[in-house]
Design a protein. Structure first.
Length: 304
């Protein structure tokens, strides 16, 4: 087999280089892979552009090495390439929601075993305007935190860096007006919200069951809208329900599944950041979101 590793050298994990050397050595020495090419990203869109150049049959698999943003770029590139090249993931970022949800390998030994067994699973992909996302699109309060945390803090503090930045930004973002109109076959309303999520998997922001009904292979996106609420009286109950897995039943939550969704601003809407898998959607609102069933071949552990 022939593999291509697309590596973001500035991702959060500080020991990723030694892990990669171990993986590549084991793949070659154990004759699992006969040839490995390595591509290091230097700037934004490098991973996307390299993956987009892939031709059918050029490689047996491509490996995304980085965080959620790197995975997003590789996913977008693979879709654009039309090569149908199977994708493997080595998590080297801070949160790694999608890899966690899919129970992908955490050790070099398990990763090599996964490549040797080469079991693939067709997974759905979300589309927002002309971009693609494999895990989640989010907008509203605290969804731009990742861009405000310096890389050195993420490397040292991990997830805690996000939490600390969130505490600092929360009062400022609470004052923003986010009145949005949501339109789908299943749900139509104009709401004053705090945030909304459109997710492919259950795992969002480190929470394993943020979207309890979600599946990456059901042909649907899960939408969770958090409406404006009284933080003193309603938030404590929501937090309790969230950790119990009952948060979709809370009156401040709208939760539904859909194949297509449009989100439009109103005259009252402040400018808000729209994050899709760790990338900012530059054009902002309005947005059209849809699901592309079975768009990607993902390499998974046989036990999954």
């Amino acid at each position: 087999m022939k593999g291509l590793f697309i590596i973001n050298p500035s991702s959060g994990k500080q020991n990723i280089e030694s892990t990669l050397r171990e993986i590549m050595a084991n793949l070659v020495l154990n004759q699992i892979t006969s040839h490995i090419d390595v591509f290091y990203t230097q700037k934004k869109n490098d991973a996307k552009n390299r993956a987009a150049q892939l031709k059918p049959g050029e490689y047996d698999y491509v490996v995304s090495v980085g965080g959620d943003g790197t995975l997003n770029e590789v996913t977008n590139g693979l879709i654009l390439s039309g090569s149908n090249t199977p994708l493997a993931i080595i998590s080297a970022g801070t949160v790694n929601d999608f890899a966690t949800y899919m129970k992908l390998p955490q050790t070099a030994e398990d990763f090599c075993r996964m490549i040797e067994e080469f079991q693939t699973k067709k997974v759905d992909i979300g589309k927002v305007n002309n971009e693609y996302f494999i895990n989640v699109l989010a907008a509203g309060m605290l969804t731009d935190i990742a861009y405000k945390v310096p890389k050195d803090k993420k490397a040292v503090l991990g997830k805690m860096a996000y939490y600390l930045e969130g505490v600092k930004e929360f009062p400022k973002q609470l004052a923003q007006n986010m009145t949005l109109s949501f339109h789908s076959k299943e749900f139509n309303d104009t709401l004053d919200i705090m945030l909304f999520l459109v997710t492919n998997s259950k795992s969002v922001g480190g929470f394993a069951d943020a979207a309890p009904l979600a599946s990456v292979s059901d042909g649907y996106l899960d939408v969770l809208i958090l409406k404006k609420m009284d933080l003193l009286f309603e938030a404590p109950d929501l937090i309790i329900k969230w950790f119990q897995g009952d948060h979709p039943k809370h009156p401040a939550i709208e939760y539904f599944q859909t194949k297509e969704l449009s989100v439009l601003p109103t005259e009252k809407t402040a400018e808000i950041a729209i994050d899709y898998d760790g990338e900012i959607l530059e054009e902002g609102l309005p947005i059209d979101i849809s699901i592309i069933p079975e768009a990607l071949n993902l390499i998974i552990l046989r036990s999954n």
